[in-house]
Design a protein around this ligand. Structure first.
Ligand SMILES: [Zn+2]
Length: 414
């Protein structure tokens, strides 16, 4: 099998990319445009961009497609979202969760996403959503590689048997340990929740991804606790701080000191720009904060940060369609990252950087010997993807085509 006439990121010319038995076996520069007939064995990329699959490193597949059930979030705040979700949770069933999650996975697949990290609420004595998601993970494995985070939506220390439920979730098969320290009832409970979740991850050899300081409160400083725990234990590359929106409200003197620790800790960051600009800044009049973490500054400091969509039509965020390029577009705007250099490499924030966060290692990337998983975008390069709001037109996973989009035709009559 081979793809001809492919553009590759950051490379001049056109390439032929070949693969056999689900693995790339050669990537060669062509001398010019090839005119081979398309067949079952030959795909013509038509001078479009062939790249590693897109990734959504932070979503809540157990909550998707529930907006307005039973009530809409009228204030638009994170905290009312948690209340509305509390109501919806009472009617969650195993089948309902599976059906919504699988429908959403198809929406993600349609946009060229092949790796997903989903948080699953485990503050439920029956762990219904977790059981459902473990089945979903198995049933969708030909489309998407799913990492499941044991996520304590209502707290670890502040929810009855929070510790027990987290450990049970990990034993049942959660890949990643989560947390929500800023939502715990007291600062001390927030700190002890971080110690607990890091112990749990170390004990069971799991990754860590914490909803950390998702609030505009400049006094919310659990990121330093998480980063230092990661540093001391030497676990940084396996640890992620999601959101960290309070950093958008920290003063520069504290942030300067904090960055020294963050760099040494080697932890990863995830920003959910559409979600955060919607949920944060809700208690401000004007000037109104953007409510995002310092994405550009984290990136410029050489740390790893990526973008994610967080929600699709749930109590926290009423829209979304699975298209991570929409998130990238919004994130670059909100974070003042539409400069020339950012545009040349902006797909890193929804591909390579996210792969590092998910610890995909040599299971990801367009290189000989790696799994033949790739997408073709209807664009030429990173800049073109954002400027033209490009879409994935083909998605191939381990050598098998899993999605093809018909190119749209526009006719202008004037
Ligand atoms: Zn989240």
């Amino acid at each position: 099998m081979k793809v001809i006439n492919a553009k590759l990121r950051h490379k001049d010319g056109l390439y032929t990319v070949s693969y056999q038995q689900g693995t790339f076996d050669s990537i060669e520069l062509q001398t010019g445009l090839l005119n081979e007939a398309v067949s079952a064995d030959v795909i013509d990329a038509k001078q479009q961009l062939l790249m590693a699959p897109l990734i959504d490193p932070h979503i809540h597949l157990d909550a998707v497609l529930t907006a307005g059930e039973p009530e809409w979030n009228m204030s638009g705040t994170l905290f009312e979202g948690i209340e509305r979700w509390g109501q919806r949770k009472e009617t969650i069933t195993f089948e309902d969760t599976k059906q919504r999650a699988k429908k959403t996975v198809d929406m993600l697949t349609a946009h060229g996403i092949q790796h997903v990290r989903t948080h699953v609420d485990v503050t439920d004595p029956a762990l219904t959503a977790l059981h459902a998601m473990l089945e979903v993970k198995e049933e969708i494995k030909d489309k998407v590689n799913l990492q499941i985070v044991a996520f304590p939506q209502e707290g670890i220390e502040s929810y009855k048997n929070g510790h027990g439920l987290m450990e049970e979730a990990v034993k049942l098969g959660a890949d990643v340990v989560g947390g929500i320290p800023h939502f715990e009832y007291t600062r001390e409970k927030g700190v002890s929740s971080v110690h607990f979740l890091m112990d749990l991850a170390e004990k069971y050899d799991r990754l860590v991804d914490v909803h950390c300081d998702e609030i505009d409160d400049p006094a919310s400083r659990f990121l330093e606790v998480l980063a230092d725990e990661a540093r001391v234990r030497g676990m940084g590359e396996r640890v992620t701080a999601s959101h960290t929106t309070a950093m958008g409200s920290y003063d520069n003197a504290y942030c300067y000191k904090l960055f020294r620790l963050l760099k040494r800790s080697k932890i990863n960051f995830i920003s959910c720009p559409t979600e955060s600009i919607h949920l944060q800044g809700r208690f401000d009049t004007y000037p109104k904060r953007r409510g995002l973490t310092r994405v550009a500054e984290i990136d410029r400091a050489g740390m790893n940060i990526s973008f994610a969509q967080d929600s699709i039509r749930d109590p926290w965020y009423p829209v979304g369609n699975g298209n991570i390029i929409r998130i990238l577009d919004a994130g670059l705007h909100i974070c003042h990252m539409l400069g020339y250099e950012d545009l040349q490499r902006c797909l890193d924030f929804v591909s390579d950087n996210s792969a590092k966060t998910l610890c995909l290692g040599d299971q990801y990337g367009i290189e000989v010997g790696r799994p033949a998983s790739f997408i073709i975008m209807n664009a030429q390069n990173d800049y073109d993807v954002v400027a033209n709001q490009a879409k994935a037109v083909l998605s191939v996973r381990n050598g098998a085509v899993i999605m093809r989009r018909q190119e749209e035709q526009v006719e202008i009559f004037a």
